[in-house]
Design a protein around this ligand. Sequence first.
Ligand code: PGA
Length: 252
Amino acid sequence: MRKPVLAGNWKMNKTRDEAISFVLQVNDKLPKGIDCIVCAPSIILRDVVKRADNLKIGAQNMCEAEKGAYTGEISPLMLKDTNVEYVILGHSERRTMYNETDETVNLKIKKALEVGLKPILCIGETLEEREAAKTEEVLKRQITLDFKGVSFDDPLDVIVAYEPIWAIGTGKSATSAQAEEACGYIRTVLSSIFGPKFAEEIRILYGGSVNTANIGELASQPDIDGGLVGGASLDSGSFLELCHALKTNRKY
Ligand code: PGA
């Protein structure tokens, strides 16, 4: 049985004080037996890590290089130095607004694993691609390119998040059937690359307008091991509710 994951993606939100107050509010109220993660802005990671207890902390992006002339970038070694455990890679906002390609995402995944960070890889199709019935083709291409030449010691070192772009920040979540179908397909593709044991153990999340009203139904699907949540993860009460609802509804 895979351990469920509720990962909050704060994006470019929260000051240091707001972040610390969130962490102190949730610390002793998180459910046991699931991984509750918050991916915070880089500049406050150290403050958040220092106060987090059962809460796990991740970053939202990193440079594929370790050091050098990369003005404005954050090195994976610097992230490692803050003691974060996870890093979101290939989020659609990075791919669309900052021109990240599958090739860069691939380099970032390799580097993250090399320095001991666990990638949360985001993949997903646009509305246009879904309407043209290309969802599986896009997911397969992204998985194949993003994981090209990557080898794992442990399937728990990586999390894959299926995030259809049309569902992110739009309030229009995928139905649980659509999300399950895509997550199941992702598992099948991963099985063909890394083998059935790996595919059985890796955690696959759904992300895109997840909230306290739809988490239960999403979490009760066999291939959805949890959620990557943006907007609804910003409020500590809502984050706690999501974590508890995930734990209650996850039966697989
Ligand atoms: P959302 O964002 O929950 O606000 O749709 C999800 C994400 O971008 O990871």
